[in-house]
Design a binder for this molecule. Sequence first.
Ligand code: CUA
Length: 158
Amino acid sequence: MEVDRYERIWMTGSAIFVLSAVIAVVSSVVFHTAELPEPAGRIEPELVTQTAPFDEPGLHQRDDGSWELIYVGQVWAWTPQQVTIPAEARGEEITIKAASIDVIHGMKITDTNVNVMLIPGHVSEVAVTFDEPGSHTLVCHEYCGIQHHLMGAEIVVE
Ligand code: CUA
């Protein structure tokens, strides 16, 4: 079968393009250990508010001196609504643990690296360090219903 020269060039180019994409994906998995995010734990959504540490939302300093910030997400509010990070926790690594009691929510804290999904049944975990005093907004960035846009909270760093 006769294939036009330009047709052949396009076919070859397309094949090279697809092949490079496959090589890129495979090599990122094999050589750079790219992987899907895994939940930090599992939890029954209806039991979140009765299960530690989610039965006590807010900032806690644990016995070993580490800091933990616990959030519960639900339509359409975060618990707690307001958190103050004391000056002694500034510059320290804070582990945020969050869980949803109902639907999927998104957790984004402005001007930080925090950007995780809250999937019902999963515990989401992310580390954050607040280096400067100031105010941050915690927003839900996953559409979760009619009042999604109102799902915000505040973090004040002393
Ligand atoms: Cu929660 Cu949008």
